[in-house]
Ligand binder design. Structure first.
Ligand SMILES: [Fe+2]
Ligand SMILES: [Fe+2]
Length: 280
Protein backbone atom coordinates (compact mmCIF):
# COMPACT_ATOMS: atom_id res chain seq x y z
CA UNK A 1 0.00 0.00 0.00
CA UNK A 2 1.29 3.44 -0.97
CA UNK A 3 0.91 6.39 1.42
CA UNK A 4 1.83 10.02 0.78
CA UNK A 5 2.64 11.68 4.11
CA UNK A 6 2.61 15.49 4.00
CA UNK A 7 3.03 17.68 7.08
CA UNK A 8 3.21 21.26 8.28
CA UNK A 9 1.89 23.12 5.28
CA UNK A 10 1.20 26.25 7.45
CA UNK A 11 -1.18 27.93 4.98
CA UNK A 12 -0.90 31.70 5.50
CA UNK A 13 -1.35 34.78 3.31
CA UNK A 14 2.07 36.17 4.34
CA UNK A 15 5.39 34.41 3.86
CA UNK A 16 6.93 32.51 6.79
CA UNK A 17 10.71 32.69 7.32
CA UNK A 18 11.04 33.94 3.73
CA UNK A 19 8.94 31.19 2.11
CA UNK A 20 5.43 31.41 0.65
CA UNK A 21 3.40 28.54 2.17
CA UNK A 22 0.56 28.80 -0.38
CA UNK A 23 2.91 28.65 -3.36
CA UNK A 24 4.92 25.82 -1.80
CA UNK A 25 1.84 23.75 -0.95
CA UNK A 26 0.50 24.33 -4.48
CA UNK A 27 3.78 22.98 -5.85
CA UNK A 28 3.64 20.04 -3.44
CA UNK A 29 0.08 19.21 -4.54
CA UNK A 30 1.07 19.50 -8.21
CA UNK A 31 3.99 17.16 -7.60
CA UNK A 32 1.82 14.58 -5.86
CA UNK A 33 -0.69 14.85 -8.71
CA UNK A 34 2.02 14.28 -11.31
CA UNK A 35 3.74 11.37 -9.53
CA UNK A 36 1.44 9.70 -7.03
CA UNK A 37 -2.10 9.53 -8.34
CA UNK A 38 -1.82 5.83 -7.51
CA UNK A 39 -1.41 6.51 -3.77
CA UNK A 40 -3.88 4.62 -1.59
CA UNK A 41 -3.96 7.39 1.02
CA UNK A 42 -2.68 10.97 1.34
CA UNK A 43 -2.44 12.30 4.89
CA UNK A 44 -1.51 15.80 6.09
CA UNK A 45 -0.47 15.54 9.75
CA UNK A 46 -1.29 19.01 10.94
CA UNK A 47 -0.24 22.55 11.12
CA UNK A 48 -2.64 23.01 8.23
CA UNK A 49 -2.50 26.77 8.82
CA UNK A 50 -0.03 29.12 10.50
CA UNK A 51 -2.43 31.13 12.66
CA UNK A 52 -5.62 29.05 12.62
CA UNK A 53 -7.40 31.78 10.65
CA UNK A 54 -10.68 31.07 8.88
CA UNK A 55 -9.36 32.71 5.71
CA UNK A 56 -6.43 30.25 5.67
CA UNK A 57 -8.72 27.22 6.04
CA UNK A 58 -10.95 28.61 3.27
CA UNK A 59 -7.86 28.98 1.06
CA UNK A 60 -6.83 25.39 1.84
CA UNK A 61 -10.34 24.18 1.03
CA UNK A 62 -10.21 26.02 -2.33
CA UNK A 63 -6.79 24.57 -3.15
CA UNK A 64 -7.94 21.04 -2.38
CA UNK A 65 -11.21 21.51 -4.31
CA UNK A 66 -9.22 22.52 -7.39
CA UNK A 67 -6.81 19.60 -7.03
CA UNK A 68 -7.09 16.52 -9.22
CA UNK A 69 -6.71 14.53 -6.00
CA UNK A 70 -10.15 15.62 -4.83
CA UNK A 71 -12.69 12.91 -5.47
CA UNK A 72 -10.00 10.34 -6.23
CA UNK A 73 -7.88 10.40 -3.11
CA UNK A 74 -8.81 13.41 -0.98
CA UNK A 75 -6.06 14.18 1.55
CA UNK A 76 -6.97 13.33 5.16
CA UNK A 77 -6.65 16.52 7.22
CA UNK A 78 -5.35 16.51 10.80
CA UNK A 79 -4.78 19.45 13.14
CA UNK A 80 -1.59 20.60 14.87
CA UNK A 81 -0.60 23.27 17.39
CA UNK A 82 -0.85 26.09 14.82
CA UNK A 83 -4.45 25.10 14.08
CA UNK A 84 -7.69 26.15 15.70
CA UNK A 85 -9.96 23.14 16.20
CA UNK A 86 -13.26 25.10 16.14
CA UNK A 87 -12.35 27.18 13.09
CA UNK A 88 -11.10 24.09 11.25
CA UNK A 89 -14.37 22.29 11.97
CA UNK A 90 -16.40 25.29 10.78
CA UNK A 91 -14.66 25.35 7.41
CA UNK A 92 -14.44 21.54 7.15
CA UNK A 93 -17.76 20.45 8.73
CA UNK A 94 -17.30 16.94 7.31
CA UNK A 95 -14.26 16.43 9.62
CA UNK A 96 -14.76 13.41 11.83
CA UNK A 97 -14.47 13.67 15.62
CA UNK A 98 -14.66 11.33 18.59
CA UNK A 99 -17.49 11.61 21.11
CA UNK A 100 -15.55 14.27 23.05
CA UNK A 101 -15.15 16.54 20.02
CA UNK A 102 -11.48 15.81 19.35
CA UNK A 103 -10.57 15.58 15.66
CA UNK A 104 -9.59 11.94 15.82
CA UNK A 105 -11.04 8.98 13.97
CA UNK A 106 -10.15 5.66 12.37
CA UNK A 107 -10.32 4.33 8.84
CA UNK A 108 -10.03 0.86 7.35
CA UNK A 109 -7.35 0.52 4.66
CA UNK A 110 -5.98 -2.40 2.61
CA UNK A 111 -3.12 -2.73 5.16
CA UNK A 112 -5.16 -2.37 8.35
CA UNK A 113 -6.57 0.38 10.51
CA UNK A 114 -5.35 3.98 10.16
CA UNK A 115 -5.75 5.86 13.46
CA UNK A 116 -5.74 9.66 13.19
CA UNK A 117 -5.02 11.27 16.59
CA UNK A 118 -5.68 14.83 17.83
CA UNK A 119 -2.76 16.22 19.90
CA UNK A 120 -3.88 19.88 19.74
CA UNK A 121 -4.47 21.82 22.97
CA UNK A 122 -5.85 25.37 22.70
CA UNK A 123 -3.54 28.07 24.03
CA UNK A 124 -0.27 26.18 23.81
CA UNK A 125 2.14 24.93 21.15
CA UNK A 126 2.89 21.84 23.26
CA UNK A 127 1.18 18.58 22.36
CA UNK A 128 -1.42 17.08 24.65
CA UNK A 129 -2.79 13.57 24.74
CA UNK A 130 -5.06 13.77 27.76
CA UNK A 131 -6.74 10.91 29.61
CA UNK A 132 -9.89 11.12 27.47
CA UNK A 133 -7.84 10.79 24.32
CA UNK A 134 -5.66 8.05 25.81
CA UNK A 135 -8.79 6.06 26.69
CA UNK A 136 -10.09 6.48 23.14
CA UNK A 137 -6.79 5.20 21.70
CA UNK A 138 -6.53 2.30 24.14
CA UNK A 139 -10.09 1.26 23.23
CA UNK A 140 -9.33 1.41 19.49
CA UNK A 141 -6.20 -0.71 20.00
CA UNK A 142 -8.05 -3.26 22.14
CA UNK A 143 -10.69 -3.67 19.44
CA UNK A 144 -8.05 -3.92 16.71
CA UNK A 145 -6.29 -6.65 18.67
CA UNK A 146 -9.58 -8.56 19.05
CA UNK A 147 -10.22 -8.15 15.32
CA UNK A 148 -6.67 -9.25 14.42
CA UNK A 149 -6.01 -5.90 12.69
CA UNK A 150 -2.71 -4.19 12.07
CA UNK A 151 -2.70 -0.51 13.13
CA UNK A 152 -0.89 2.59 11.80
CA UNK A 153 -0.85 5.76 13.94
CA UNK A 154 -0.87 9.38 12.73
CA UNK A 155 -0.41 12.43 14.96
CA UNK A 156 0.99 15.95 14.72
CA UNK A 157 3.35 16.20 17.70
CA UNK A 158 6.44 14.12 18.39
CA UNK A 159 5.64 11.41 20.97
CA UNK A 160 9.29 11.22 22.07
CA UNK A 161 12.09 13.59 23.07
CA UNK A 162 14.07 14.52 19.94
CA UNK A 163 17.08 16.06 21.77
CA UNK A 164 16.58 19.52 20.27
CA UNK A 165 15.82 21.81 23.22
CA UNK A 166 13.28 24.16 21.64
CA UNK A 167 11.37 21.26 20.06
CA UNK A 168 11.35 19.21 23.24
CA UNK A 169 9.57 22.01 25.11
CA UNK A 170 6.57 21.53 22.81
CA UNK A 171 6.43 17.78 22.19
CA UNK A 172 3.58 15.70 23.65
CA UNK A 173 3.55 16.42 27.39
CA UNK A 174 1.99 13.05 28.30
CA UNK A 175 4.81 11.13 26.61
CA UNK A 176 5.12 8.57 29.40
CA UNK A 177 1.45 7.64 29.33
CA UNK A 178 1.35 7.49 25.53
CA UNK A 179 4.55 5.47 25.35
CA UNK A 180 3.13 2.97 27.80
CA UNK A 181 0.10 2.47 25.49
CA UNK A 182 2.50 2.03 22.57
CA UNK A 183 4.62 -0.53 24.44
CA UNK A 184 1.51 -2.55 25.32
CA UNK A 185 0.56 -2.71 21.65
CA UNK A 186 3.94 -2.87 19.93
CA UNK A 187 2.98 -6.17 18.28
CA UNK A 188 0.02 -4.69 16.34
CA UNK A 189 1.26 -1.14 15.52
CA UNK A 190 3.16 -0.99 12.23
CA UNK A 191 4.47 2.59 12.28
CA UNK A 192 3.86 6.09 13.66
CA UNK A 193 3.72 9.04 11.26
CA UNK A 194 4.02 12.56 12.71
CA UNK A 195 5.28 16.06 11.84
CA UNK A 196 5.69 19.21 13.95
CA UNK A 197 9.51 19.24 14.24
CA UNK A 198 10.13 20.37 10.62
CA UNK A 199 13.17 18.13 10.13
CA UNK A 200 13.47 14.62 8.75
CA UNK A 201 13.17 12.20 11.63
CA UNK A 202 13.16 8.46 12.03
CA UNK A 203 13.58 6.13 14.98
CA UNK A 204 11.37 4.18 17.32
CA UNK A 205 9.27 4.91 20.39
CA UNK A 206 8.02 2.24 22.77
CA UNK A 207 9.44 -0.24 20.25
CA UNK A 208 7.32 1.20 17.40
CA UNK A 209 9.17 2.69 14.40
CA UNK A 210 8.36 6.27 13.36
CA UNK A 211 9.10 8.81 10.64
CA UNK A 212 8.42 12.50 10.05
CA UNK A 213 8.87 14.75 7.00
CA UNK A 214 10.25 18.31 7.12
CA UNK A 215 7.29 20.61 6.24
CA UNK A 216 6.34 21.75 2.76
CA UNK A 217 7.29 25.36 3.59
CA UNK A 218 10.01 26.04 6.17
CA UNK A 219 12.21 23.10 7.19
CA UNK A 220 14.22 23.59 10.39
CA UNK A 221 17.77 22.70 11.26
CA UNK A 222 18.18 20.35 14.25
CA UNK A 223 20.11 22.53 16.69
CA UNK A 224 21.84 20.52 19.42
CA UNK A 225 23.22 23.44 21.43
CA UNK A 226 20.83 22.67 24.29
CA UNK A 227 19.57 26.27 24.39
CA UNK A 228 15.73 26.17 24.26
CA UNK A 229 15.63 29.80 23.06
CA UNK A 230 17.28 28.87 19.76
CA UNK A 231 15.49 27.62 16.65
CA UNK A 232 17.45 27.27 13.43
CA UNK A 233 16.45 27.30 9.78
CA UNK A 234 18.07 27.92 6.40
CA UNK A 235 18.06 26.95 2.73
CA UNK A 236 16.85 23.40 3.37
CA UNK A 237 14.58 21.64 0.89
CA UNK A 238 10.91 21.27 1.85
CA UNK A 239 9.68 17.72 1.42
CA UNK A 240 6.98 15.13 1.83
CA UNK A 241 7.33 11.40 2.33
CA UNK A 242 6.23 8.52 0.14
CA UNK A 243 5.76 5.39 2.22
CA UNK A 244 5.16 1.76 1.30
CA UNK A 245 3.31 -0.22 3.95
CA UNK A 246 3.13 -3.97 4.04
CA UNK A 247 3.38 -7.06 6.17
CA UNK A 248 7.07 -7.35 5.30
CA UNK A 249 7.81 -3.87 6.67
CA UNK A 250 7.62 -0.16 5.99
CA UNK A 251 9.74 1.88 3.55
CA UNK A 252 9.84 5.68 3.75
CA UNK A 253 11.20 7.89 0.94
CA UNK A 254 11.87 11.61 1.35
CA UNK A 255 10.74 13.63 -1.71
CA UNK A 256 12.34 17.07 -2.09
CA UNK A 257 9.65 18.12 -4.53
CA UNK A 258 11.05 21.59 -5.35
CA UNK A 259 14.18 19.93 -6.77
CA UNK A 260 12.28 17.94 -9.41
CA UNK A 261 13.28 20.25 -12.29
CA UNK A 262 16.97 19.64 -11.55
CA UNK A 263 16.70 15.84 -11.55
CA UNK A 264 18.59 14.07 -14.35
CA UNK A 265 17.31 10.66 -15.41
CA UNK A 266 19.70 8.21 -17.08
CA UNK A 267 18.65 5.16 -19.05
CA UNK A 268 20.93 2.13 -19.46
CA UNK A 269 21.91 1.76 -23.14
CA UNK A 270 24.23 -0.66 -24.94
CA UNK A 271 27.15 1.76 -24.61
CA UNK A 272 26.37 3.01 -21.10
CA UNK A 273 24.02 5.52 -19.52
CA UNK A 274 22.03 7.85 -21.76
CA UNK A 275 20.55 11.08 -20.40
CA UNK A 276 16.78 11.39 -20.82
CA UNK A 277 16.92 14.30 -23.31
CA UNK A 278 19.53 12.52 -25.46
CA UNK A 279 17.53 9.27 -25.42
CA UNK A 280 14.41 10.93 -26.94
FE1 LIG B 1 4.65 23.14 12.01
FE1 LIG C 1 3.54 21.96 14.98
Amino acid sequence: MKLVHISDIHINSDSILGSDPIDNFARCLAHVESRHMDADRIVITGDLTHHGLESSYVKLREMLAQSRLQGIQAPRLMIGNHDNRDTFRRVFPEAQTDKNGFVQWTEETPEGLFVYMDTNEPGTHAGHYCEQRQQWLAGILDQARTDGQRVWLFMHHNPITVHVANADLIGILQQNELQSILRNNVDIIGHIFFGHCHYTLSGSVGGVPFSAPRSTNHPCWPEFSGDPRVMAYGPLAPNYNVCFLGNGGTVVHSIDFLNEDDIIRLTAGEDGWIAESAAE
